[in-house]
Design a protein around this ligand. Structure first.
Ligand code: 4AD
Ligand code: MG
Length: 433
């Protein structure tokens, strides 16, 4: 019996005989020598087998094994700088655990994206997709480490909710027993605010839902969002925290996901520039600049995707745009005491056209002002009773934000469309696999 080893650990077994379990990624065979590439999720390794060195049965199985068959191979580990991963296996045995078929849908050639999405369950096996999922995992862990190390308490918030979160137009609904309609959470923020009054600094991190009919490279209907909420933190403190977090995430990927970024051919010099402080420009200034560049934007509008790209192109790192007009933003943002037409908020726009990574704000902590905003926006005041309570019983200055995980992964990886940054993307016209 030889030891089962993950491909990533082969370096510790040079000169020894090991077993690797995985899937056949590629195969070339002349009459006498076969080259097999096996992948196991931790890496790829090339195995070489000579017909003369093995039993006829083994050689026969090598000929049979199809692309993506699951296999168990045994071989001698050799260091080889030219081999992918730096090691090669001198194969002595191959067992087929699960046959594949010559009609395996995803071949080592270009496919159209609709076809790939239809076969997402298999597309995930390809090296590029494996690399993206690993970077995502690293960023998730980095987020949790960052929050934990700073004393934040993770308090997750419900997915099924009765009240409205961001905007009434983009809610998914479902029947909820005798209680009428439930909505899938667009945000955990309102609950976070209650939790912050209990625990100080908190965050939730999970899936959120938007019934947005947008077909852009930046929109999913189900996406993951990190949402910190901080008591005793104003808008300036909020932005400082955001730039620290984002810089940390990028540095973690540079430190621990190098191999994946290489696989993705990411230009890492673009990421190395991402250090605090990030530039900040006010909404007013952004509008002036955009108008000078020929944008149709008028004061009061939210920035469109093209506007965001135009503003961001002047910078080598993410840029904050702060203090938007009230009418462009959600009801809960705090009125700017220096210009009551605007609110104390920020959007963090990524470079290279990746758009808004973060939306954040200081929250309205004045009971009367908040009530007036809820009424102005025609929201059902009854549903917000518990939220208003936070302003009735010990109101406090506080701020928070939401960071979109898939947009962050797309930017770090240099992947054009965020649908590749979640295992099973949900979009306007896709609910399977
Ligand atoms: O700006 P948004 O809508 O902010 C909120 O939901 C706040 N309640 C967050 C908070 O303050 N706690 O969304 C925050 C981020 C965006 O900047 C973007 O990165 C991401 O979530 N996002 C989406 N990502 C993918 N697909 C969508 N449809 C997204 N909508 C927002
Ligand atoms: Mg936003």
């Amino acid at each position: 019996m030889t030891m089962n080893v993950y491909i990533k650990d082969l370096a510790g077994h040079v000169g020894g005989e090991v077993t690797v379990q995985g899937w056949l990624h590629n195969k070339r065979s002349s009459g006498k020598i076969a080259f097999l590439i096996v992948r196991d999720g931790t890496g790829l390794v090339q195995g070489v087998m000579s017909k003369g060195d093995v039993d006829a049965g083994v050689w026969e199985r090598v000929q049979q094994a199809e692309y993506e068959a699951s296999v168990r191979v045994r071989g001698l580990v050799r260091a080889d700088d030219r081999a992918p991963g730096g090691h090669e296996l001198g194969l002595t045995d191959l067992q087929i655990i699960g046959r594949s078929s010559d009609d395996y849908p995803i071949q080592l050639k270009e496919h159209g994206v609709d076809f790939l999405l239809e076969n997402r369950h298999l597309w995930l096996r390809t090296p590029r997709q494996v690399a993206i999922m690993r970077v995502r995992d690293e960023l998730v862990k980095a987020i949790r480490d960052f929050m934990y190390d700073r004393g934040f308490v993770n308090v997750d918030t419900p997915i099924l909710t009765g009240a409205i979160g961001e905007s009434a137009g983009t809610l998914f609904q479902t029947d909820y027993f005798d209680l009428g309609t439930a909505y899938l959470a667009q945000t955990g923020q309102l609950y976070n605010e209650a939790n912050a009054a209990a625990l100080g600094r908190v965050y939730c991190f999970g899936p959120t839902f938007r019934a947005e009919k947008s077909k852009t490279r930046r929109h999913l209907t189900e996406f993951w969002m990190l949402e910190p909420e901080m008591a005793w933190c104003d808008s300036d403190c909020n932005m400082r925290f955001q730039e620290e977090l984002v810089s940390y995430l990028v540095s973690r990927a540079l430190e621990r996901s190098r191999a994946q970024l290489e696989e993705l051919e990411r230009d890492v010099s673009r990421l190395q520039a991402v250090t605090p402080p990030f530039p900040r420009i006010s909404y007013d200034e952004a509008v002036d600049r955009l108008q000078a560049l020929g944008s149709e934007i008028v004061w009061g509008d939210d920035l469109g995707a093209e506007d965001e790209t135009l503003v961001a192109q002047d910078y080598d790192r993410p840029v904050f745009i702060y203090n938007y007009p009230k009418q462009a933003k959600a009801f809960y943002m705090k009125e700017n005491p220096d210009d009551p037409r605007t609110v104390l908020c920020d959007d963090l726009i990524a470079p290279e056209g990746y758009g808004e990574l973060i939306g954040g704000s200081q929250r309205e902590d004045d009971y009367e002002k908040l009530l007036a905003r809820i009424r102005e926006q025609g929201l059902p005041v009854e549903s917000y009773g518990w939220y208003l309570d936070l302003r009735r019983y010990g109101t406090f200055p506080h701020s928070g934000f939401g960071l979109g995980l898939e947009r962050t992964v797309a930017w770090v990886c240099g992947v054009h469309h965020i649908r590749e940054c979640i295992a099973y993307p949900r979009t306007l016209n896709r609910l399977s696999p």
